[in-house]
Design a protein around this ligand. Structure first.
Ligand SMILES: N[C@@H](CCC(=O)N[C@@H](CS)C(=O)NCC(=O)O)C(=O)O
Length: 204
């Protein structure tokens, strides 16, 4: 399986999930500013949406959208326990989290990445994100991970996007449970491996 990624982008979520599942993946780095892969291919010709993440499936076709990709990757190794079985109520709970992370947190950061965004919009964007962080903080006061006691793909996705607070000088230390969650996920050996592989951290 090939994973098209950009260091630190939302593609870090499938990268972490693949490592947690023990799957071998070929990482292909994409320069989003030039829309070129590290081997000089036109990324728009590979993924007409022009964004990461994207993975190639066994039949050679391309799968996009982080929430779909991480479910696909987890389902390749069900014994790893990274996603409840399809058709169960728990699976819909997982999808509920993935949708929340995608639409409220991942895309909630959107305006902050655009240098043309006015400061007033940046402020209201951060305020809105803070309300979502408060909800996550309440949840994580009761349990170590989003689905309860065990790490799932929802945690890999949440970790990836909340990590962007570091790029936008957003202080989440007042959200004590969310901050502890970030530390808990960061300390997982496979997460460390993914961060090192993407050049976001030096090897220990
Ligand atoms: N709807 C997509 C959005 C993916 C996305 O936002 N990718 C960003 C990096 S985190 C990107 O590649 N942006 C460049 C672009 O949109 O041209 C998903 O959920 O996977």
């Amino acid at each position: 399986m090939k994973l098209y990624y950009t260091p630190g982008a939302c593609s870090l979520a499938p990268h972490i999930v693949a490592r947690e599942a023990g799957l071998n993946i070929d990482l292909v780095k994409v320069d989003l500013s030039k829309h070129l892969t590290e081997t000089g291919e036109n990324f728009r010709a590979i993924n007409p949406k022009g964004y990461v993440p994207a993975v190639t499936l066994k039949d050679g076709s391309l799968l996009t959208e982080a929430a779909a990709i991480i479910q696909y990757v987890a389902d390749q190794k069900p014994d790893a326990g990274l996603a409840p079985a399809n058709g169960t109520t728990e699976r819909y709970r997982l999808i509920e989290w993935l949708t929340f992370i995608s639409s409220e947190i991942h895309k909630g950061f959107g305006p902050l990445w655009n240098p043309a965004t006015p400061d007033s919009v940046k402020t209201s964007t951060k305020e809105r994100l803070a309300t979502r962080f408060a909800y996550l903080d309440e949840t994580l006061a009761k349990q170590p991970f989003l689905m309860g006691e065990t790490f799932t793909i929802a945690d890999a996705y949440l970790f990836t996007v909340v990590n962007w607070t570091n790029f936008h000088a957003i202080d989440i230390s007042s959200f004590k449970n969310l901050s502890a969650f970030m530390g808990r996920v960061a300390s997982r050996p496979k997460v460390q491996e993914a961060l090192v592989a993407e050049g976001l951290k030096q090897a220990a």
